[in-house]
Design a protein around this ligand. Sequence first.
Ligand code: PGA
Length: 265
Amino acid sequence: MEVVVLETPAEVASLAADTIEDVVRRREATGTPAVLGLATGSTPLATYEELIRRARDGRGPSYEGVETFNLDEYVGLPDGHEQSYLATIRREFTDAIGIQPERVHGPDPTEETLPAAGERYEAAIVAAGGIEVQILGIGSDGHLAFNEPGSSLASLTRIKTLTATTRKDNARFFGSPEAVPHHVLTQGLGTITRAGHLLLLATGEGKAEAVAAAVEGPVSATCPASVLQLHGHVSVLLDEAAASRLVRRDYYREVYSGKPDWQGL
Ligand code: PGA
């Protein structure tokens, strides 16, 4: 795992944006557009805004043909609800950057077809050629996507029940914890670790404990994000506050500062 400790959330966003653009450019050059794994939540917003800014300034790559897959989706929201994750990612990122709506995917929470929704989503990811780079946030309880503590490290896309902590964390989008749906569809930890490159973003003191458990604690379903330790290509981008509980913080800084310019994440 490469742990990169940066000073500010803006630096985290800028490095994450560089990484996404590299993938999009590299794949464009091969004639097969990139497949990006996107996360919703507050943390990746600054990265999306940075990518949109660069695209508007004419500095970004072309997103023509790029395909995206969300990590998760609420179950039980009325059709077209503005807090659905598909609506959110379109509003916050893909529409503005010019990715066609039909190439923006998320698990399908339609009630009538719910039992097979996980399997269908897995098949759609495979059919697209797999996710090349997956953006991830981390929950204050160590969850990854909506894989709450106790989730199988090998799990695939399925229905999960949110913990009270997560419903409280997400209440800001719904007005109250009671209004947050209890159930979700989420990529499993096994799904996430099939992506080529995992890019975990965390900023702020509130994430420091979860980041330390994920990066330096034991691999355990108790901290779902610790599954990252089993993947061959992981970049953990942190600001100072999110890195504040890491024991090997100085070592990570030393490694990153000695990195040659030609070597990306
Ligand atoms: P946040 O959510 O980026 O809004 O903090 C992260 C998560 O819950 O996975």
